[in-house]
Design a binder for this molecule. Structure first.
Ligand SMILES: [Fe+2]
Length: 183
């Protein structure tokens, strides 16, 4: 396991690599390929103090019911790492996102929460793109590749944009997103 610390706008970003076995990522991938996804409409904000959203978007998501979380092959290991690496034990909600080439993503914040973002696609080539971008003063400040099994823990108030895979990608960019209840 390899841990790298960053800081954007005085808020920490923790990146955990090589924490998940490749076989576990493959097994989990086979499982989530059979899960139903629906096209979800949402509004997004780019400023924690804004009263009105800056825009609307759509994305494919698969919500995880916490009572079913044990069925996902990777979930137990994921929760163990979260318990070890953060002070958060309670998950507020979890879902899996699925991004394809041609999707649209916008810089946004997730109000008042700590986020866990785990890249679930078991293979990722650099030319497939899909990097997540974190912004400082609305300028790109940190770019992270969606490496298989990479886990990013960050404050949802940090402006960020999920990456869209390039035309050459042959697998969708699956991510497990978890919001944690802040103490
Ligand atoms: Fe987000």
């Amino acid at each position: 396991m390899k841990i790298t610390h960053y800081e954007i706008n005085k808020m920490p970003i923790k990146v955990i690599d090589e924490a998940f076995d490749h076989e576990l990522l493959l097994e989990n991938y086979r499982y989530i390929r059979k899960c139903p996804f629906y096209y979800f409409d949402y509004s997004y904000f780019d400023d924690p103090n804004a009263k009105e959203p800056v825009g609307n978007g759509t994305q494919w998501i698969h919500p995880i019911q916490l009572e079913d979380a044990h069925k996902y092959p990777i979930f137990e290991s994921y929760q163990n790492i979260i318990k070890k690496e953060t002070s958060f034990e309670s998950l507020e909600r979890s879902h899996i996102n699925c991004h394809f080439f041609g999707d649209i993503r916008n810089p946004h914040i997730d109000k008042g929460q700590i986020n866990g973002l785990l890249f679930l696609t078991p293979e990722w080539q650099p030319e497939w793109s899909g990097e997540i971008i974190f912004y400082e003063n609305k300028k790109a400040a940190l770019v992270l590749e969606p490496l298989p099994g990479r886990l990013i823990i960050f404050n949802g108030k940090t402006l960020h944009k999920g990456g869209v895979p390039s035309k050459s990608s042959t697998m969708p960019r699956y991510t497990l997103t978890t919001k944690f209840l802040t103490p």
